[in-house]
Design a protein around this ligand. Structure first.
Ligand code: ADP
Ligand code: MG
Length: 624
């Protein structure tokens, strides 16, 4: 380390607060996998080499054009140091300060917060959150970064830190293009000064790096593009290893799809569905995770627009010979070519999921539990693909066991002969749905109803509007178009009818005022006295709950009718009570309305109701 002795322009700087916080965790935690620091540094070296390779296609003015593109690892067993050198793009002074002193990625903050709170510090994830460099401080008490940008006029710079609060930067002479990272190992980390250990770690995590990794004059990785190889020659372990490498993951992938097509574009793709959905752990929105290559040259890492946004959980590689190498990334993103790639790959991927679902429904159910939310997002937002996503959706239903799923195809295949539509009903749980009044009409006709538990489901289904020419209808809507039921069950004389019914309904409407648009006779109720239904087709109760959550007030949102069941004892009793004691009857109507609101999941303030219940109870007891 003599080539960079003359230093000047010395400057001491503080780390950004978030970096300090992170370093504090990194330095003071006990961890099981500290060897991953090497993976992170090699990954950064690889990125820098990929960037250089790409830039040098168009940019002829680069420093040290003849240097081989490679990574060199040196270990010094005497002085306890490990050094990682690359001949990539390097950094200017400004880039150095920006990249190694601050954290740009927004998802990273929630990552630290979670990690600060958890018992076992799982720093394995560090690379996924754009802060992999700092892993160096897991093993090093002091880190020096010597770097020179590929720009011909750039000066060499040195960065030094012990990870405690700040760092210094200064000019460095005599550097070649690229970056050298020198780690002075902590006393308890001297195992990383052993060439055998380092070799093992490289082969474990970095075997697929597409540049030679040199250790002691020997190439220690298998430089190869796995996706360009023949499927039949690739072992499962290799596929899984490549997944872990490319996704910075430690768990096995859930699915993998390796395919190549020649038309309409020549594409070679290897895509994976991860084991876990990171968004579920509160890590914020995932960035895209598929890299774009042309003939094994990386064009763009985590390429934006290569897959639709709702497939952002997919990891992998797409290699297409049809991409012009000199295209700029900015124009690439919006190009017709990218749109074509996106369409072809998305189509193939959806087809693949369909095949997997058929081959192993149990496994697919696990995928659905973890990643279904992304497919729902696609079904609701992607006009090009929602029709292909629909068969991949899963729902519980009145025919499924609790926690098991049905498909829209299964539903349609077993629809009743005289049934016109596909019906669904939203409720927080299966139990809540089955105890409510909306299911009665379907139960009486032995008809299946899909259960939805999240408002987003209703949004998806109303967007979808129909499936295999059957309309999708929410069971709380006014027009259900149900087939006639056997008339035999209730005899007409047990029903309130004619003028009596009309007078009661008019009076109820008058009593409830603007709260309902209509009081009308129900054709659907069997066991309940009343139910609230929506007169506006797309304003289901779950939609109203969403709207209310946003602005607190659903008054005036969606027209509603209170449907009453003229065969129900309570309704018949109400007509009689009104003649004798109108005040008590009014109270009863109010209560019936509130109960219907509860069943619709729309009650906003239960306090008035509680008082009324006491009054009703008091009168009921007093009457005896
Ligand atoms: P990430 O790699 O996810 O961006 P890191 O914390 O690993 O996060 O690295 C931060 C940044 O530092 C990188 O994005 C890159 O700009 C810069 N960097 C790190 N190592 C190198 C290197 N060897 N050569 C050039 N730039 C580097
Ligand atoms: Mg990194």
């Amino acid at each position: 380390m003599t080539e960079e002795t003359k230093t000047q322009g010395h400057q001491t700087m503080e780390f950004q607060a978030e970096v300090k916080e992170l370093l504090n965790i990194v330095i003071n935690s006990l961890y099981t996998d500290r060897e991953i620091f090497l993976r992170e540094l090699i990954s950064n070296a690889t990125d820098a080499l990929e960037k250089f390779r790409y830039l040098s296609i168009t940019d002829k003015e680069v420093a040290d054009a003849d240097l081989p593109l490679e990574i060199t690892i040196e270990v010094d067993e005497q002085n306890k140091t490990v050094t990682v050198t690359d001949t990539g793009v390097g950094m200017t002074r400004d880039e150095l300060v920006e990249n190694l002193g601050t954290i740009a990625h927004s998802g990273s903050r929630s990552f630290f917060r979670q990690m600060a709170e958890s018992e076992r510090k799982d720093l394995n994830l560090i690379g996924q959150f754009g802060v992999g460099f700092y892993a160096a401080f897991m093993a090093a008490k002091k880190v020096r970064v010597l770097t020179r940008s590929y720009r011909p006029e750039a000066q060499g710079v040195e960065w030094v830190s012990d990870g405690m609060g700040g760092y210094s930067v200064m000019q460095a002479q005599g550097l070649q293009r690229g970056t050298k990272i020198v780690m002075e190992l902590k006393e308890d980390a001297d195992e990383f000064a052993s060439p055998a250990t380092v070799k093992q770690i490289i082969q474990k995590y970095s075997n697929f790096v597409p540049f030679p990794i040199m250790l002691g004059g020997e190439k220690v990785n298998t430089v190869q593009a796995i996706w360009a190889r023949n499927k039949n020659e690739i072992k499962d372990e290799e596929y899984n290893e490549f997944y872990k490498f490319i996704a910075n993951a430690y768990e096995e992938p859930r699915y993998r799809m390796h395919f190549s097509v020649d038309a309409p574009l020549a594409i070679n793709a290897l895509l994976y569905v991860p084991g876990e959905n990171m968004e579920r752990f509160g890590f914020g929105k995932l960035d895209p995770g598929v890299h774009l290559y042309c003939r094994k040259v990386m064009i763009q890492q985590n390429a934006e627009g290569l897959l639709p946004e709702w497939l952002r959980f997919v990891r992998g590689v797409v290699d297409s010979e049809d991409i012009p190498l000199n295209i700029s990334r900015e124009t690439m993103q919006d190009s017709a070519l990218m749109a074509k790639l996106r369409r072809v790959i998305t189509g193939r991927f959806l087809k693949f999921l369909g095949e997997q679902a058929k081959a192993d429904p149990e496994k697919y159910a696990g995928f659905w539990d973890t990643f279904g939310i992304f497919l729902k997002e696609g079904a609701a937002s992607d006009f090009n693909h929602y029709k292909d996503i629909a068969p991949l959706l899963r729902f519980e239903s009145s025919r499924s066991e609790s926690g098991k799923y049905v498909t829209l195809d299964q539903y349609v295949d077993r629809m009743k002969e005289n049934q016109k539509h596909i019906y669904y009903i939203n409720g927080p749980t299966r139990e809540a749905i089955e105890a409510g009044p909306y299911l009665e009409a379907f139960r009486a006709r032995d008809m299946e109803v899909l259960y939805t538990h999240e408002p987003v489901d209703d949004f998806v289904l109303s967007k979808l509007a129909e499936y295999r020419d059957k309309k999708l209808v929410s069971a709380d809507q006014a027009e259900l178009d149900l087939p006639e039921k056997d008339a035999s069950e209730t005899s007409e004389n047990e029903k309130l009818a004619g003028e009596d019914l009309k007078t009661l309904m008019d009076w109820m409407k008058q009593t409830l005022g603007d709260r309902v648009d209509e009081v009308r006779e129900s054709k659907r109720l069997v066991d309940s006295p009343a139910v609230l239904i929506n007169l506006d087709e797309y304003m289901t109760s779950s939609m109203q709950r969403v709207i209310r959550a946003m602005n607190q007030d659903t008054a005036g949102v969606g027209r509603k009718a209170l449907e009453i069941n003229p065969a129900h004892g309570l309704v018949r009793g109400l007509a009689a009570l009104r003649q004798k004691d109108e005040e008590f009857a009014t109270m009863a109507v109010e209560q019936i309305y509130d109960n219907a609101l509860i069943a619709a999941g729309l009650v906003s303030d239960p306090r008035g109701m509680v008082n009324r219940m006491y009054q009703i109870l008091e009168r009921a007891l007093g009457k005896d």
